[in-house]
Design a protein around this ligand. Sequence first.
Ligand SMILES: Cc1ncc(COP(=O)(O)O)c(C=O)c1O
Length: 191
Amino acid sequence: MTYIDDAHGDGVLGEAGRGITSHFHIENRVDVEMGTFSKAFGCVGGYVVGSKTLCTYLQNKVRSYLLSGSQPPAVPGACIAAIQLVQRTPGLVKKLWDNTRYFKKGLKDLGFDTGNSETPITPVMVGESGKAHKLADSMFKLGVFVLPIVYPMVAKDKARIRTIVTSAHTRRDLDQAISAFEKAGKELSLI
Ligand SMILES: Cc1ncc(COP(=O)(O)O)c(C=O)c1O
């Protein structure tokens, strides 16, 4: 069976942000697909798509269906509105990718190692965990909030700052972040 977790693909990859199955043209070859509304859609909650038997099984077995209060109506309302916004505004996904290319190029041109990412999630490789924390602190002082990803989330010598741009960022925002990385990166002798 093929099971896809498209937490990072929905609203980002494929035709009009339809996700990774659209990106790889495998829409009819997946048995189970799940995704979350907490990333590109900026809400909370998620979905599972599969056979009727699978969905009935989940409704009767999964912990969050059985023992937790359900989401208040405003939450699915916000999720539906966010999905409709992406569907009705095709420019949003295009802007996300334009911003992504611009930001990745800006960092690479400065000499940063941005790893192998092919999505808007762009790591800035640092190496030591302590240095990644210092870089995040310096960036915060320069007005840019970024998070360090350190061991045990990644290997001991592969600490990094994980960044992501959105379609809402302006070129001015991205230039500000790139210059902050330049300043902080030079201070820490990363570039
Ligand atoms: C690949 C992947 N799947 C699922 C999830 C869970 O999403 P949520 O926090 O909306 O439950 C995440 C969250 O980081 C994720 O990265």
